[in-house]
Design a protein around this ligand. Structure first.
Ligand code: ARG
Length: 474
């Protein structure tokens, strides 16, 4: 069966009336109509399109290009259309190509000839640039809220688990004991940087391109400061050519999204490891997991796995947007219509993943005994023993050698370092005395790293407080 709508051979030349149809003597090819239309996806921008149009109309009133009465009619018409769309009684038409022309045509149908005056001194080029910037700014604020919620959850978890000891890894080999809270705060640092990048992107997105018109500006005495102010933009953009062609803010948001997703993917990798039978460090509640249709014993960490997988599509969108822009001459080109679907999907994906994490993190239960046992198994306090010898006068390289031999002996005798007899330890160095056992405990090891950025529980608690105070400033 051929799907007629999607079959290019179904192209015909039916006549349609276009808002730009004046200079055309032949109707648009049906296939071309479908191929060039964007309303299927850009209708998502309707709120911003209407807000932008209202600001534009008010400005035209202010500079007396439109009368007060005309402005009022236009605003009332646009608000009625907004309601129609919200309540799902608006008939979107692919023949009207995009969200802008659908709304403009509906306005004229509703209020008559005055509707045709709305587009005075404006082009779809500055209109769409305005819409996307308003949309992106709104979504940035949503994302920022979710990011903050997740950070709050991580910081709370860090305080709760400041004394919980787990093996810290390098090369995924047990390295030194760390506080689980310290690990959570490491995640928080990544997100703190993401937040900074997001806010940085917001600054550049939050400028008004309205008034750039098609590319060169307009012959009407427009007031760009006024429309910028009405739309809550920090200021107008300063070059009309750049205004209609710039999509840097979309790329910056995608780059933010890529790096954020990279972080969430790394967290996910750890959650997947930690919930496995081989680690058993944490428990994810059942509501975040799913089962297997064949293996009755399985409880799979699907949510973290899916988030780890979704970084692929977000990276794809970043590359799409970069590639979309790379060869475009100034100013606006139809290519730009391709910016929307990647942008929409990356925003939806990022928001879903942040939401999932914000819900999941407070529900994590630490299996403290397992973490502790794993830390002990891995000779995690070997560095502490070396530091102990150094403090007693041995050069570090010699201490390293001594401890290496002691570890080899412990492996051979199937014991932990802390389980060796004092006499056994003394065969490796006679400066070892009974106080050595203090540094071989896991608590002692954490406690000893008591400085800014270290893993001592009181440092973790202080760091959590500082991180919380940072969030309060937002
Ligand atoms: N749908 C178009 C887009 O998304 C709107 C701008 C079209 N402008 C034009 N001159 N064809 O970019």
């Amino acid at each position: 069966m051929t799907d007629k709508k999607n079959d290019p051979t179904e192209a015909s030349t039916e006549s349609t009336s276009k808002l730009w149809g004046g200079r055309f003597s032949e109707a648009t090819d049906k296939f071309v109509q479908r191929f060039t239309a964007s309303v299927q996806f850009d209708k998502r921008l309707y709120q911003y399109d209407i807000d932008g149009s209202i600001a534009h109309a008010k400005m035209l009133g202010k500079v007396q290009v439109l009368t007060e009465d005309e402005v009022e009619q236009i605003i009332a018409g646009l608000e009625a259309i907004r309601l129609d769309i919200q309540e799902d009684r608006f008939a979107w038409s692919i023949e009207l190509e995009d969200v802008h022309m659908n709304i403009e045509a509906a306005l004229t149908a509703r209020i008559g000839a005055v509707g045709k005056k709305l587009h005075t001194g404006r082009s779809r080029n500055d209109q769409v640039a305005t819409d996307i910037r308003l949309f992106v700014r709104h979504e940035i604020d949503q994302i920022a809220g979710l990011l903050t919620r997740l950070q709050q959850a991580l910081i709370a978890l860090a305080s709760r688990e400041a004394d919980t000891i787990m093996p810290g890894f390098t090369h995924l080999q047990t390295a030194q004991p760390v506080s689980f809270g310290h690990h959570m705060l490491a995640w928080n640092e990544m997100l703190e940087r993401d937040y900074g990048r997001l806010m940085d992107c917001r600054k550049r997105a939050n400028q008004s391109p309205l008034g750039a018109a098609a590319l060169a500006g307009t012959t009407y005495p427009i007031d760009r400061d006024y429309t910028a102010e009405l739309l809550g933009f920090a200021k107008p953009t300063v070059n009309s050519l750049d205004s209609v062609s710039d999509r840097d803010f979309a790329i910056e948001l995608a780059a933010f999204g890529s790096l954020l997703m990279t972080h969430l993917s790394r967290f996910s990798e750890e959650l997947v490891l930690w919930t496995s039978a081989q680690f058993e460090f944490i428990d994810l509640p059942d509501r975040f997991c799913t089962g297997s249709s064949i293996m009755p014993q399985k409880k799979n960490p699907d949510v973290p796995e899916l988030i780890r997988g979704k970084v692929g599509r977000v990276n794809g969108h970043l590359v799409s947007l970069l590639t979309l822009m790379k060869s475009q001459p100034l100013a606006y080109n139809k290519d730009n219509q391709e910016d929307k679907e990647p942008l929409f999907d990356l925003i939806d994906t990022v928001k879903d993943c942040l939401f999932a994490y914000a819900e999941m993190m407070p529900a994590i239960q630490c299996k403290k005994d397992n973490m502790r046992a794993a830390t002990r198994r891995g000779f995690a306090t070997a560095t502490d023993l070396a530091d102990y010898l150094v403090k007693k006068g041995l050069p570090f390289r010699d201490a390293h050698e001594v401890v290496g031999k002691a570890v080899a002996f412990a492996i051979e005798s199937g014991k932990e370092l802390s389980e060796l007899e004092l006499s056994e330890l003394q065969t490796f160095s006679d400066i070892i005395t009974s106080d050595v056992f203090e540094v071989l405990t896991l608590e002692g090891s954490l406690q000893a790293r008591n400085h800014l950025g270290g893993t001592a529980p009181q440092q973790v608690r202080a760091a959590a407080e500082r991180a919380q105070a940072e969030l309060q400033k937002r």
